[in-house]
Design a protein around this ligand. Structure first.
Ligand SMILES: Nc1nc2c(ncn2[C@@H]2O[C@H](COP(=O)(O)OP(=O)(O)O)[C@@H](O)[C@H]2O)c(=O)[nH]1
Ligand SMILES: [Mg+2]
Length: 209
């Protein structure tokens, strides 16, 4: 049987401010075993290998997902150079409770644009909305979360990038963004070559048998 993978593994970098839930999103996507009481340690750098649905008739492709330490502080909104060069796609995560985490994504995006060579590189934005809002602490401004997400939506439209609302504690909320990203990183093969190849292999197997 011929099922060797021809394509290469897609490398996806997940970045954003420290504490927005990057590691939680990835662990939930890959293992699906996190709950609000799971203890996570600050990330230095981790690599996850995920077999990801492409939404094309059950076809799966491999993504290598790079988790980063997360940016912190005013002047630190810059990714190390090598992070801008190797990925095939970027996932930018923010927490709509904290407007700084959104502002930081604008800096990251313009750095990505500066460093990309001509090719189009898929970028998506995830608003990680936490389900558990402490009800005994009233919000400081009316509906800050919605305001920030409106701003994010406008920015994403202008940048022509997709904006998704997810909740890292709800695994199904992560499927659509990563499925469509996976499909973009691994474009469908043109149909013409493969049936021929399969025919050749079948013929060869027959003659060897
Ligand atoms: N309740 C809840 N907690 C979350 C969510 N996302 C992240 N957290 C918590 O927020 C903290 C920071 O998340 P982490 O993934 O380590 O952030 P990172 O620095 O961006 O990787 C952890 O204690 C998580 O358990 C979420 O969607 N809901
Ligand atoms: Mg982390």
């Amino acid at each position: 049987m011929l099922n060797a993978k021809v394509g290469k593994v897609g490398k996806v970098l997940v970045c954003g401010m420290k504490g927005v839930g990057k590691t939680t999103v990835i662990e939930q996507l890959v293992y699906g075993n996190l709950n609000p009481d799971t203890e996570l340690h600050p990330t230095i750098e981790d690599i996850y290998v995920a077999s990801c649905d492409t939404g094309r008739g059950g076809a799966r492709e491999t993504l290598r997902i790079y988790d980063t330490a997360g940016l912190q502080g005013e002047q630190a909104a810059q990714l190390p150079r090598h992070y801008l060069q190797f990925p095939d796609a970027f996932v930018l995560v923010y927490d709509p409770i904290d407007p700084r985490s959104l502002d930081m994504l604008a800096d990251i995006k313009s750095d990505i644009d500066k460093h990309k060579e001509k090719k189009e590189i898929p970028v998506i934005v995830l608003a990680n909305v936490r389900a558990r809002v402490k009800r005994d602490t009233p919000p400081t401004t009316p509906n800050p979360v919605e305001k920030i997400m409106d701003r994010a939506n406008i920015w994403c439209q202008r940048e022509r990038i997709k904006h998704y609302t997810v909740n890292a504690m709800e695994r199904p909320s992560l499927y659509e963004p990563f499925t469509s990203l996976c499909a973009r990183v691994h474009p469908a093969q043109t149909k013409s070559t493969f049936p021929q190849l399969r025919q050749v292999m079948q013929n060869r197997q027959k003659s060897e048998a």
